[in-house]
Design a protein around this ligand. Sequence first.
Ligand code: CTP
Ligand code: MG
Length: 248
Amino acid sequence: MSDESSPHRTAAVIPAAGRGIRLGPGAPKALRTLGGTPMLVHAVRAMAASRAVSLVVVVAPPDDAGAVKLLLDEHSLPTRTDYLVVPGGETRQESVRLGVEALPDDITTVLVHDAARPLVPVDTVDAVVDAVRAGAPAVVPALPLADTVKEVEPGEKDQPEPVVATPERARLRAVQTPQGFDRDTLVRAHLTVPLAGQGATDDAGLVEQLGAPVVVVPGHEEAFKVTRPLDLVLAEAVLARRRANDGF
Ligand code: CTP
Ligand code: MG
């Protein structure tokens, strides 16, 4: 079981520097509220809820790092966890690298968790930590897909796209966060794999490019990413259900 008496120290890096373009106009996505509380605060609490996590590093929108520090001070967070805020970069990959660079030397296990997945249950966090501590250099929570997936040749906007292939659905997984890493493996991945295009949206993908093994553990449907407006409706409904259940 994960516990804080372990000789390993675990930190969670939370990339929260994105703008949330797909969510529509408004504040940076991580600062938008769910049930009256900023999404980022939910995500920080989700990481700090794990007894294994002794430090949370928030990678903030570069112009809002000061505001994010104030926000964390204002909200009650578990006191056995330390918190650090660093400014982020242009891409998620860059933001994660900046967060990892801020880690103190004694951290041996690193979780990388999207601020945009505010409702991940603590059991999923613990399962990822436990798999890393059991020796896996990279661990990803993931779920089987409901939809069949087609690979297409992307064409002009609004034009029909030719289908290239239909991968066998039973072999596919949709990956979530927190993704967990042996610290040295994650650092090597971020140092070795160059930033291409919009950058990697998945840290485990960088580790795969190193040739290191990545394993999947069961994810959770409440670890979904808030990406589009409809996801906010779902997130509010999940929070309401949790509150109702807590009442009994
Ligand atoms: N992220 C980041 N730095 C960036 C871009 C993204 O830290 N330059 C973070 C986001 O804040 C989010 C996570 O990476 O917590 C996953 O990214 P995504 O869901 O794509 O969020 P956004 O990039 O903010 O959204 P969009 O792509 O719709 O603009
Ligand atoms: Mg994005």
